[in-house]
Design a protein. Structure first.
Length: 379
């Protein structure tokens, strides 16, 4: 009995340590900062989305230390509190890293630590010359502005220089990834390529890398650029049809119950119509729903709203509708063609249609002007 009691005591004593063990550590030395605070932020999804914000002291000599427990690799935002210098750096589970350099940009840091970070440091040095060229182009631009040279000319020169630098950077990064498809470090430079090469590169990664520690990060990039790919395909196959003052084009899309819904089926019934292009991934769209719901309830005898989910995943779209208790009609744009035909260039994007079916006005983003117009025509 005594032995069992001692064993239980020991077990209970060590359990919290094992449950909360730290599996990532970053030690740093900023050569230009002292007696300051490092603000660290990253989005943790284990299992639910949670924004982690921590404040880490930087001592009189510029040193700091931070440890955490993570399941996935995250691209953390590091900000110096006093001057706002901001960098992004990968926190990777079961790794440790030491960094040293100026606080302004991680690209200039000396990176050491476990084998992963040693390889990351090598790739960093591979791309460093291009970032130095970007800095030189900016310095030339700033000097020209200070000397009073023509801004349009300076803008043109800088854009041309950046395009030429990017072409070479994209080529070097892309070749590295192709030669190292089984190396997680390749994931850290996916965005150093031309946007059209990012999805093909993800598809070429080895299964161990694609579904390993960087899976959460890769999934986010894949989702974002899949939407972009659809948008580019839609632009090739569709043309702008909507014009203010003209009859609104029709579309037929699946509603939230899986049935076909035609926009023209609700015309001619004496109601104004608002077509709201949005997405579950769009924070501003979600923030605007409460006020839209107030207006929908206030004017529902003369107003109909049709929400068009864009570049979304069907399950996330339905979940967002249910979670936010959105009472109006909802349809799903599966390929981006409707957005091109209606000239959607930002989210949310609202199209106001008269009871006769004519396009009255289009609004980008959440604006007071949109609600003022509803009050004018519906009061």
């Amino acid at each position: 009995m005594y032995i069992k009691t001692i064993f239980a005591f020991i077990l209970l004593s060590v359990m919290p340590l094992s449950l909360h063990a730290q599996n990532f550590t970053i030690k740093g030395h900023f050569t230009d900062v002292a007696n300051d605070t490092l603000l660290i932020e990253y989005v943790k999804r284990e299992p639910e989305k949670n924004v982690v914000n921590v404040s880490i002291p930087i001592d009189a000599n510029g040193f700091f230390n931070y440890s955490c427990n993570i399941k996935w690799a995250y691209n953390a935002e590091l900000t110096i509190q006093s001057n706002g210098n901001k960098s992004y750096f990968f926190f990777v589970p079961d790794e440790s890293v030491e960094i040293e350099g100026l606080s302004a940009s991680w690209i200039y840091w000396d990176i050491n630590g476990t084998e992963f970070y040693q390889r990351l440091n090598s790739v960093n040095h591979l791309l460093l010359p291009f970032y130095k060229e970007f800095d030189a182009a900016r310095a030339k631009y700033d000097k020209g502005m200070a000397d009073g040279l023509d801004k349009a000319m300076l803008d043109s020169e800088r854009k041309a220089a950046n395009r030429e630098i990017n072409k070479r950077r994209w080529s070097v990064a892309g070749q590295y990834i192709k030669d190292h498809l089984d190396d997680e470090v390749s994931v850290t430079i996916l965005l150093d390529q031309d946007c059209t090469d990012i999805l093909p590169a993800i598809r070429m990664l080895s299964p161990e890398v694609r579904h390993g520690r960087f899976k959460d990060y890769i999934d986010g990039i894949a989702s974002m650029f899949s939407r972009l790919e659809k948008e580019m395909d839609a632009e090739k196959s569709a043309t702008l049809e909507l014009e203010e003052g003209k009859y609104v084009p029709d579309f037929t899309l699946k509603d939230i119950n899986g049935n076909d819904f035609s926009l023209h089926s609700i015309l001619g019934k004496g109601k104004y119509i608002v077509i709201d292009f949005w997405g579950s991934w769009c924070a501003w769209c979600i923030k605007g729903f409460p006020e839209m719901a107030e207006y929908y309830d206030k004017y529902k005898d003369r107003l109909e709203i049709v929400g068009v989910a864009c570049y979304d995943k069907e399950e996330k779209w339905k979940d967002a509708v249910n979670r936010n208790n959105i009472p109006w009609l909802h349809v799903f744009s599966y390929d981006g063609t409707t957005e091109v035909r209606f000239g959607v260039t930002a989210y949310p994007y609202k199209v106001v249609v008269s009871p006769e079916g004519k396009v009255m006005k289009c609004f980008k983003g959440e604006t007071d002007e949109f609600y003022e117009m509803l009050d004018d025509v519906l009061k």
